[in-house]
Design a protein around this ligand. Structure first.
Ligand SMILES: [Ca+2]
Length: 525
């Protein structure tokens, strides 16, 4: 007999929890006003951990195979400029996931993100109905994703990892089966999360559930440790434990903007993602980075398979055409680009997130710039479901983009990394232009980067022009594809972008100022 995994006890408890919720569904419906649920669309929100859009063919990747996500893109819309707003802590997941579930901006998440301790599977008791009934309208979670959709008559369900996520909202889903799965096997990996959603849909198929659903379909991967399934590791020339000393020819090629080291310190000494990723540690050599890319792609393809199972099930149940499906991640990640491994930077590979949406009224095969933040997801869900937008939201609905009425919802995007030495990194983007500033290590690092993303989408630096590196990557940047911040020809553009950055910092309540900005009257540091 197969021995029980350490998670089995909780998993069984989870099924019981779900059963309990199903059993009392009639009582639940009496707690909220009756709604005409028949016409309301379902929402399936697929949310992965640490994935750059550049790993997907919808964004140009030619190696990682994701046929089901390709299908979503082919039958729906791809948004090119979707971003997370940033973080004030090394675990970027935490503010990001708080923004997703509450639609408040990055600085406001500091006040609530840590209100509740992480879920302890050994002692946790799931009692959403009691908590929802007790919620005061003054509570920040009153207008959170699960609370809003519960009051609108939706059946809410969640599966995801545990920890570094917003517990204030997680505990309010009517059904919840969370487990942290970094393993290479089905029961300890992404298949398990897929299975929870399949179980939910099977119950629904029996006719026990009739309300429209909001499914938070979260994964633990491709966050490290990227323990891919053996068959997929073989496909991508990667190994979970025996890190090769020379590149495996089957491993994915180095990215165009790979560097063996970042040209200056990122400002967060000891940062886990840059020093302690299993199988990588401090190494940034070709063999190590390509092996890690292979592991990442193996995890992503496995996630894609789980998405496929659920899409096929929805289709077989006749629910697919009344369901909006969103695919996104809590932030991107470097995995060797620019010499970095983690998510604590503001280059495009990390600041951007994937955003693919399929659903009623969305033109198949369409594409838009969007200029969205993750905190726009909840307002968009509400808009699609006919739920009034609460005044607490900082995000805005991008339904007009999905419906082909607009290409963008805002002109300027602002990004923060404030998890290491202060004030940290800031970025701003408008049109083709992007500014990144670094003010870290007590003023030891004060750097500015200016890129024209149309001309230099990979944000190549002068270091990418090194002959030995070009020989390694096979990518030779054009002469003008460099940081333009110190080029006198772009002094006016830099000044304009610096002013926009300061304006955004003021707009979003950024409590810091950078070395070359006017000081605040009162610095809250
Ligand atoms: Ca994450």
């Amino acid at each position: 007999m197969k021995p029980l995994s350490p998670f089995s006890v909780f998993r069984q408890a989870g099924f019981l929890m779900l059963a309990g919720i199903l059993f009392t569904e009639t009582a639940i419906s009496q707690d909220r006003p009756p709604v005409a649920s028949v016409s309301k669309p379902n929402i399936l929100f697929i949310f992965v951990d640490d994935q750059s859009p550049l790993t997907l063919s919808a964004y140009g990747n030619q190696v990682c195979q994701t046929p089901n996500l390709d299908r979503l893109a082919r039958e729906g819309m791809v948004i090119d400029n979707a971003h997370h707003m940033g973080s004030w802590v090394g675990g970027v997941c935490l503010p990001s996931r708080t923004m997703v579930q509450t639609s408040i901006n990055v600085w406001r998440t500091r006040d609530i993100a840590k209100r509740y301790a992480r879920m302890n599977p050994r002692t946790y008791v799931h009692q959403p109905r009691k908590l929802l009934a007790d919620l005061s309208p003054n509570d920040p979670d009153y207008d959170s994703m699960p609370a809003l959709f519960f009051r609108a008559g939706y059946d809410t369900y969640r599966t995801c990892k545990i920890g570094n996520t917003y517990e204030g909202a997680n505990r309010l889903y009517l059904g919840r089966n969370d487990q942290t799965n970094y393993g290479p096997e089905d029961e300890t990996g992404s298949w398990w999360h897929g299975e929870q959603v399949m179980n939910y849909l099977k119950e629904r198929e029996k006719g026990i559930k009739e309300d429209p659903f909001l499914l938070f379909f979260g994964f633990t991967h491709p966050h490290d440790p990227r323990n891919g399934k053996p068959v997929l590791l073989d496909k991508y020339g990667a190994d979970n434990t025996d890190i090769p000393t020379s590149p495996n020819p089957l491993a994915p090629p180095l990215q165009a903007n790979y560097l063996p080291a970042h040209p200056f310190h990122h400002g967060h000494p000891g940062l886990r993602d840059e020093v302690a990723v299993q199988g990588v540690l401090l190494k940034r050599d070709e063999a190590t980075v390509r092996n890690e890319l292979g592991r990442e792609y193996a995890c992503i393809e496995n996630i894609d398979r789980q998405v496929g199972r659920v899409l096929d099930k929805l289709e077989a149940m006749g629910e697919l055409e009344n369901t909006y499906i969103f695919y996104s991640a809590d932030h991107g990640i470097a995995v060797g680009r620019h010499g970095l491994m983690g998510k604590q930077n503001l280059y495009e590979h990390t600041w951007r997130v994937p955003m693919i949406i399929r659903g009623p009224g969305i033109k198949a095969g369409s594409r838009a710039q969007g200029n969205t933040y993750l905190m726009d997801l909840l307002p968009t869900f509400c808009d699609l479901a006919g739920i009034d937008k609460p005044i607490t939201f900082d995000g805005i609905s991008f339904k007009p983009v999905l419906m082909g009425k607009r290409n963008t919802v805002r002109d300027v995007l602002y990004g923060v990394y404030n998890g290491g030495t202060k004030p940290g990194m800031r970025s701003v983007k408008k049109g083709d232009w992007k500014l990144i500033k670094y003010d870290v290590l007590d003023g030891y690092i004060q750097e500015t980067q200016l890129f024209n993303l149309k001309d230099n989408p990979n944000e190549f630096l002068i270091q990418h022009h090194d002959r030995a590196l070009v020989a390694m990557t096979g990518v030779e940047p054009k002469r003008h594809q460099v940081n333009l911040a110190e080029n006198p020809a772009y002094a006016t553009k830099r000044k304009e972008m610096e002013a926009i950055l300061l304006s955004e910092m003021i707009k979003w309540g950024d409590p810091y100022r950078l070395w070359d900005q006017p000081r605040r009257a009162q610095n809250r540091q």
